[in-house]
Ligand binder design. Structure first.
Ligand SMILES: NC(=O)c1ccc[n+]([C@@H]2O[C@H](COP(=O)([O-])OP(=O)(O)OC[C@H]3O[C@@H](n4cnc5c(N)ncnc54)[C@H](OP(=O)(O)O)[C@@H]3O)[C@@H](O)[C@H]2O)c1
Length: 310
């Protein structure tokens, strides 16, 4: 079972989150998707991470299909979704170029489409997917505040923002931005030292760490220097290397601060994976010790960990 973290007043998320970026790469029938969501819930993973753009603007409807087919399921999960990327596919096929849109009109239209597609009357957390170089922070801040006040979203946050982008938007809002969802993991450790995590920790805000396994690259060439060490630790706990990599994130010292500990969207097209990942909670958060080697290699900071006692 995975433990939980407070995201906003009266709103908690499971620390492991099911990422639905890849949901349209597999069987999208309502029954199969429902089975995946139920498998996650059985492991304590109740939070689902979506975005309007996933599956070429179709992934939210795939989740919606399962929610329509299973009355009551919506009330057992929390839904995160994102908006702001306009790519020339699906409902935005007429766009001449991929761009970001954080205008009031776009955010409102996107939220309405997300609510309809997911067959729900509210989104638990809406994230602005990427920093928009043409953002009007007053307009974007106001529409996010309005959506919270109207109950269409329970909280607002951002994704892939640098601290200055976050501060600019926050300074134009009444509601508190709840989180920043950023790439963070053994293959993307930079936020640990470049100020992104420190910024959230200082504000006692939780980070959401996307692609904790490097989107699968951890198991290929890019992960070669690490995978052996992860497997060795995994053997001690009877779990696989992926679970250790997630446990490494869960064990970040920020865990001692209830708010800034990471919540981690994990992605998979396959059913058994969420259960294997949830073994990360059993393994890790308490049994891993962080060791930062800080070996600057090709300007990347290598971070390592070991099992307590080794
Ligand atoms: N905010 C953003 O900009 C942003 C960007 C990217 C992602 N995200 C969110 O983060 C979520 C997770 O991203 P992700 O899917 O890249 O996460 P990930 O958990 O780092 O990677 C998942 C990939 O790793 C593979 N994998 C897992 N365990 C494996 C193993 N033991 N051996 C080989 N391959 C393994 C999975 O393969 P299988 O499919 O075969 O299981 C899947 O393709 C997304 O679904 C999305 O919700 C957000």
């Amino acid at each position: 079972m995975t433990d939980r973290i407070e995201i906003a007043d009266g709103l908690t998320f499971s620390r492991l989150v099911y990422g639905m970026w890849r949901i349209t790469d597999a069987d999208t029938s309502p029954g199969h998707v429902q089975e995946k969501v139920e498998a996650c819930i059985a492991q304590g993973i109740t939070t689902m991470d979506q975005a309007d753009i996933y599956g070429g603007y179709t992934a939210e409807a795939v989740l919606g299909g399962a929610l329509k087919a299973a009355p009551g399921l919506r009330d057992r999960i929390e839904i995160v979704t994102k908006c702001g990327i306009v790519a020339p596919v699906g409902r935005h096929a007429e766009a001449s170029v991929k761009h970001y849109d954080t205008s009031k009109a776009h955010i409102r239209a996107s939220v309405q489409a997300s609510l309809t597609d997911m067959a729900t009357d509210h989104i638990d957390l809406l994230l602005i997917h990427r920093p928009d170089p043409l953002i009007d922070p007053e307009e974007t801040g106001r529409v996010l505040d309005d959506l919270v006040a109207e109950g269409k979203i329970r909280a607002a946050g951002v994704s892939n923002f640098r601290p200055w982008d976050f501060s600019l938007l926050q300074s134009n809002m009444h509601a508190r931005l709840a989180t920043n969802q950023i790439e963070l993991g053994l293959l993307a450790p930079e936020p640990l030292v470049d100020g992104d995590l420190a910024f959230l920790q200082e504000r006692k805000l939780p980070v959401m760490a996307w692609s904790p396994l490097g989107g699968g690259k951890l198991f290929g060439e890019a992960g070669k220097p690490l995978i052996h060490a992860l497997e060795k630790i995994g053997k001690r706990f009877g779990v696989d290397a992926g679970a250790v990599a997630i446990a490494w994130l869960l064990a970040h010292p920020a865990k001692s601060c209830r708010c800034s500990a990471p919540t981690i969207p994990i992605g998979s097209r396959k059913l058994p994976r969420p259960s294997r990942s949830s073994s990360a909670v059993r393994t890790g958060s308490h049994s891993l010790r962080w060791r930062s080697v800080m070996k600057c290699h090709e300007e990347r900071v290598m971070m390592r960990c070991s099992a307590i006692g080794s």
